[in-house]
Every structure is written in structure tokens, then in C-alpha cells.
Design a protein around this ligand. Structure first.
Ligand code: DOR
Ligand code: ZN
Ligand code: ZN
Length: 411
């Protein structure tokens, strides 16, 4: 299959060209219009081809909470949003604390996933040996502040041990707790790469910016930001209650501006959604009982929300592509050839209509939860087609089940 006359944008290039896909790979890229193509083809005039987006932080709730989401509905929502790879978090039921539970989760993902996937391991009390022996995961997730589920770890000696054996550690930590974790990590000699999930505060961006100035640490520290922390403040929480309630909590305008500064100067490495669906009933009940239910869906709205900001700011789309895929490939040491439009790379791609202007409407989204905190928001850009493993899996609101989704390989 050829995609013809399309604007190719990845972290390295922005030009018009043609792409041939064969056997799940990008086989040929030509700059000239190939006049003799009679093969199956997609006309890409006016469209943009990006590497499929990577969302390294989702909660697809499978197993255990499949009334909120499951691997099928979650990955469908992902591909409708141009996301071709996700990493699922360990606060499922049972939590992903042992290799055996991880293997069971792998079977579920293999049977249901419509896009590529990786599965996080969880740090729990007494599972240090399991962490030591975990295989092929993006990292171990360590919860140091309140979250959905009972995964918070308070014992600092355990943090130390996890840093020592963890290979790569992703933190759910906020503000002072994050600063404290960094102190301990440094005391231990920064033994593993450390990643901060869902940055929400200026202090976190400032600290990571300082750490990155140290040549010995720059390749060991990373951070992600979510659309909700970049686009909303506590004012939305006050106005919309449960539907804008998540952890970390929405912060101030000053924090939002610091996050965008962090995006601009690349202190923030990539975007992630923390897609955390709950049912409407669960959210409504939390409004009444006052007991919070943390988390909002987001995997399908990642692209339009961030793309809209990029267009408004007139920023370089190569950097957009880098932050939507290539940076995650690098930071998580993904072995597969993903995150770029290059010959020999996996054909995980997304075709975008950059001229589209419209609104986010929950009724058009595909998460099982059926609502969005961004209802009615104006957006620029629309996913036209999503290609996973060389096959079109989503096209103008239609899904095609191709069973080409695979587990990601990490080195
Ligand atoms: O808002 C959140 N929701 N934050 C988390 O840390 C967990 C997530 C969830 O699983 O619901
Ligand atoms: Zn978290
Ligand atoms: Zn999360």
C-alpha cells in the first residue's frame, strides 16, 4: 500500500513525500511523486502523516474493573485518537505485583488489544524480589502519594531498595514528596533511570530542569505532562467537581505556565494522558458522598488538545511529533523500530486532517466511561486514519479488527 503526496512529519523531518507500506513495515519513502503507482493507495494531499502516537500512561482497568474500561474498549479509544502504543498501569485487580499476575495480564492484552501495548509492574510491600526479576516492562511504578487503589508506599527504606533494583522507576509523586524521593535517589547514587509521571507543579519542573543540567543525570531523569494539567486549573475543579477531580489535583495558573515553559525548553520530555476512566455513576456518587473518585479519561483527546495548542502557538511540528512518540521510544528504551517515519521502521502511523475545526463531544468518543472533561472544547485537527502494524485499523469513525497489536519489546 502507498500513501501518496502527504506531508511527512516526525522528529527529524517535515516534507512532502510518498510512503510504501509492506509486511507491517515502512518499505520505501520517496520525495518525488511516483507517477506509475497503480497499486492500492491513499491520497494524502492536504494531510499530515505522523508516527503513531505513544501514550505511556493509561489505566485500562483490566483485569478487575472492567465495568469502567477494558483492554478492548481502551485500545479502541486509543486508535480513534491516533495512539498506536500504550503502557498500562499496575493498579488493576489484582495489582501487577508479581510475575504471575503480569503473565495473566499479558494474556488479556494479547486477546483484546487493538494497538501495541506494554505493561507496567507495580511496587508493593514485600515484592522486591519480583521487581528484581521482572521482564520486559516499561518500568516499575512507585506510588508515593494518594491514588486510586491502595498502592501508596510510605517506607523510605523501601523506596531505596526499589531504586537499587528497579531498572527503571516511574513515580507517582507530587511536590515535596517528589523532591524527597529525588534526594533519596541521589543518595543512592542515582542507580536507575527515574521518571516523574503527570507533572503538575512548577516546583517539579524547576527541580527536573536543575537535575538535567548535570551531565551525569541528564539521561537518567525524565518527566511527562498530561493535557489536563496543561489546560486546566483548580477553577475547573471548583466548577465541575468530580468530572475534573484527579490525582495530582489541578493546580494554579502559575503552575500551568511553568508546565508550558517546561514543554518549550524540553524539561518535560513527552505527553501522557493518565487515562483513568470511572463510570458516570461513580463520579456522580462521589459528588454526593464527598468521597473523591480520582481520574478522568483522556487517551482519545490527547492529539486534538495538544495539536490545537501547537497550532495556536505556531510551534515546530517536528517537536510535536518528537513529544508524541519518539521521545518515549528513547526514554523507555523501546527496542522495536517505532516513533519515526523511516524505511525499515514499523508501520504504526496516523493520518491527520490539520484543517479540521470542531468540538470535543463525549458521544463521539469510545471509552467505556462515556464522558469527557473537555465536552464542547474547540479543537483543531482530526484523526482520519490510524495504521497499526501496516494495516488501517481506524478510518473515518470505522474500526477494523486486524489482530496486529503486539507487546512492545524493551531493552
Ligand atoms: O487521577 C488518577 N487516577 N490518578 C491516579 O494516580 C490513578 C488514576 C486511576 O487509576 O484512577
Ligand atoms: Zn499516578
Ligand atoms: Zn496514572
Amino acid at each position: 500500500m502507498w500513501i501518496k503526496n502527504i506531508r511527512l512529519i516526525d522528529a527529524y523531518t517535515d516534507r512532502i513525500g510518498n510512503v510504501e507500506i509492506q509486511d507491517g513495515k515502512i518499505k520505501t519513502i520517496t520525495d518525488q511523486k511516483p507517477l506509475s503507482i497503480t497499486d492500492r493507495k491513499i491520497d494524502g494531499r492536504g494531510k499530515i502523516l505522523f508516527p503513531g502516537f505513544i501514550d505511556p500512561h493509561v489505566h485500562f482497568r483490566d483485569p478487575g474493573f472492567t465495568h469502567k474500561e477494558d483492554f478492548f474498549t481502551g485500545t479502541r479509544s486509543a486508535i480513534a485518537g491516533g495512539v498506536t502504543t500504550i503502557f498500562d498501569m499496575p493498579n488493576t485487580k489484582p495489582a501487577t505485583f508479581t510475575r504471575e499476575i503480569l503473565e495473566e495480564k499479558r494474556l488479556i492484552a494479547r486477546a483484546k488489544a487493538q494497538c501495541h501495548w506494554g505493561l507496567y509492574f507495580g511496587a508493593g510491600i514485600g515484592n522486591i524480589q519480583e521487581i528484581e526479576n521482572m521482564k520486559n516492562v516499561p518500568g516499575v511504578k512507585l506510588y508515593l502519594n494518594t491514588t486510586t487503589g491502595n498502592l501508596k508506599m510510605d517506607d523510605k527504606n523501601q523506596w531505596r531498595e526499589i531504586f537499587r533494583v528497579g531498572k527503571r522507576v516511574s513515580l507517582h509523586a507530587e511536590g515535596d514528596t517528589f523532591a524527597h524521593a529525588v534526594e533519596i535517589w541521589l543518595e543512592e547514587g542515582a542507580p536507575c533511570p527515574l521518571h516523574l509521571c503527570h507533572a503538575s507543579l512548577k516546583s517539579e519542573v524547576d527541580l527536573v530542569r536543575e537535575l538535567k543540567k548535570d551531565r551525569a543525570l541528564v539521561s537518567k531523569i525524565s518527566m511527562e505532562a498530561c493535557p489536563h494539567h496543561l489546560l486546566m486549573t483548580h477553577k475547573e475543579l471548583e466548577a465541575y467537581g468530580a468530572y475534573c477531580c484527579m490525582k495530582p489535583v489541578l493546580a494554579t495558573q502559575e503552575d500551568v505556565e511553568a508546565l508550558w515553559k517546561g514543554v518549550e525548553d524540553e524539561t518535560i520530555d513527552f505527553f501522557a494522558t493518565d487515562h483513568a476512566p470511572h463510570t458516570k455513576t461513580e463520579k456522580e456518587n462521589s459528588n454526593q458522598t464527598g468521597i473523591p473518585v480520582y481520574g478522568i479519561p483522556g487517551v482519545e483527546t490527547l492529539f486534538p488538545l495538544i495539536f490545537t495548542q501547537w497550532i495556536e502557538r505556531g510551534w515546530d511540528l517536528k517537536k510535536f511529533a518528537a513529544m508524541m512518540s519518539q521521545k518515549a521510544v528513547k526514554i523507555f528504551s523501546i527496542k522495536d523500530k517505532k516513533g519515526a517515519i523511516k524505511e525499515g521502521f514499523d508501520a504504526d502511523l496516523v493520518i491527520i486532517d490539520p484543517e479540521y475545526h470542531g468540538k470535543i463531544e463525549a458521544k463521539n468518543l469510545h471509552s467505556k466511561c462515556g464522558w469527557s472533561s473537555y465536552e464542547g472544547w474547540d479543537i483543531v485537527g482530526r484523526v482520519e486514519k490510524t495504521i497499526v502494524g501496516g494495516a488501517v485499523v481506524f478510518e473515518n469513525e470505522n474500526f477494523f479488527e486486524r489482530l496486529l497489536a503486539r507487546e512492545i519489546n524493551f531493552s
